[in-house]
Design a protein around this ligand. Structure first.
Ligand code: ZN
Length: 396
């Protein structure tokens, strides 16, 4: 993609040159010089001699509003190709030009900030963006929200969470809500930052600060599952197991993905308060509600780990195996439960159920695969629709 953009450069240069030519129509000599310079520079670029091209462009005496755009593009292309040094030289050269319009200067400065960021010079990127932010006459194409967003990325990288919070609020203040259709969840983000701060304070043993940060996180976004798991962790370390279990369950009910991460501590908390069976029932209830495979697998894991046999669970495994389209992990977990918990006289019936579940699973899988590119399909084809090779389709 970058290569294609790079090939478009001559066109961009040409249009810049043409515009420049129109402006100086009366000065034929200057025109010839102008075109000579550009052609030379473009030739160097096409011959993959970017340093020579750079010299030609950087030593070009007259940059006006038309050619400035081209320079801007050239620098960005260098950055996109990973040639940050060259990008920096172009943008720095551009900013130093006295006859640049303010709008173009802002654009060049923003690009310079991005160059510094790409080069890993975060403090310099920060000062460029901060300077832009202070400017009350920023032009339309470099909005304050864009600058805040770039600053936020820097602070996330440097783990300066307080500053990240500040720039998130600033970003939100200048954000064009209609344009972004509210995709940006400021509250959740700020809550994450406060949780990071609480986490750090917890590791340093500064418990009063932990409470303060958690309070702020709660204020920002009460429903944050991260906040709930963190509250659970704190209770767990303070051996308040019932409270820990409640917080973990609160988080899991909202987001089942967290179950695998929280399961060991959840299981242990339940053990400590002798609530394993009640936990099992809660998880079964949750599974009936959200039909989430992770929840099912952890129900079985909990039962197998702790020898929990219940008629309800037997029934659940039976129904799921015979009617549901299960993941291969869920089928495997069910078989573990059957081996361990089900009476051997029923083994034939359960073997049949496992076989049916596997059949259900296999029916959903594509039966054929291209041996050249790996593309999978349900029906045999003579020619692969992805890589267009002939006779490359085989069984998966
Ligand atoms: Zn293919």
């Amino acid at each position: 993609m970058v290569e294609i953009l790079f090939l478009l450069l001559p066109l961009a240069f040409y249009s810049g040159w043409k515009a420049a030519r129109n402006k100086f129509n009366n000065n034929q000599k200057k025109q010839r010089e102008l075109s000579g310079h550009f052609v030379k520079g473009v030739n160097y670029l096409l011959n993959e001699e970017p340093d020579k091209a750079l010299e030609v462009f950087l030593n070009y005496p007259d940059i006006d509003e038309y050619t400035a755009e081209t320079y801007q593009l050239l620098g960005n292309l260098f950055r996109n190709r990973g040639e940050v040094d060259r990008a920096l030289r172009v943008h720095q050269n551009l900013i130093a030009r006295p006859n640049l319009r303010q709008e173009q200067k802002h654009k060049a400065m923003f690009s310079l900030g991005l160059d510094f960021f790409a080069a890993g010079m975060l403090d310099r990127a920060e000062s460029v963006f901060q300077e832009l932010l202070k400017d009350n006459n920023l032009s339309k194409n470099i909005s304050k929200s864009l600058v805040c967003s770039s600053l936020r990325t820097i602070y996330e990288q440097t783990r300066e969470w307080e500053k990240a919070i500040e720039t998130t609020t600033c970003f939100s203040k200048y954000l064009d809500r209609k344009a972004t259709q509210n995709k940006f969840n400021e509250k959740a983000l700020i809550s994450h930052y406060y949780c990071e701060l609480a986490d750090e304070a917890l590791q340093q043993g500064k418990l009063h600060q932990v409470d303060q940060y958690l309070g702020e996180a709660r204020k920002a976004y009460k429903k944050s599952t991260r906040l709930m798991s963190l509250v659970g962790d704190i209770a767990y370390h303070q051996k308040k197991f019932l409270q820990a279990q409640d917080s973990y369950l609160g988080a899991i009910k909202q987001d089942s993905r967290l179950l695998s991460m929280l399961f060991p501590k959840l299981e242990d908390s339940a053990k400590k308060v002798q609530g394993l069976e009640s936990l099992l029932n809660t998880l079964i209830k949750l599974y009936r509600k959200n039909r989430n495979a992770t929840v099912f697998e952890h129900i079985i894991r909990l039962a197998v780990n702790n020898n929990l046999i219940s008629t309800e669970l037997n029934k659940l495994v039976e129904t799921e195996l015979s009617t549901e389209k299960m993941s291969v992990e869920s089928i495997y977990k069910s078989s573990e439960y059957i081996i361990k918990e089900i009476d051997s006289k029923d083994s034939c019936k359960y073997l049949e159920l496992i076989s049916r579940a596997l059949k259900n699973y296999l029916q959903g899988l594509p039966a054929f695969r291209c041996m050249h590119c790996g593309y999978k399909m349900h029906d045999f084809l003579w020619r692969c629709p992805a890589c267009h090779h002939w006779d490359t389709i085989d069984h998966t």
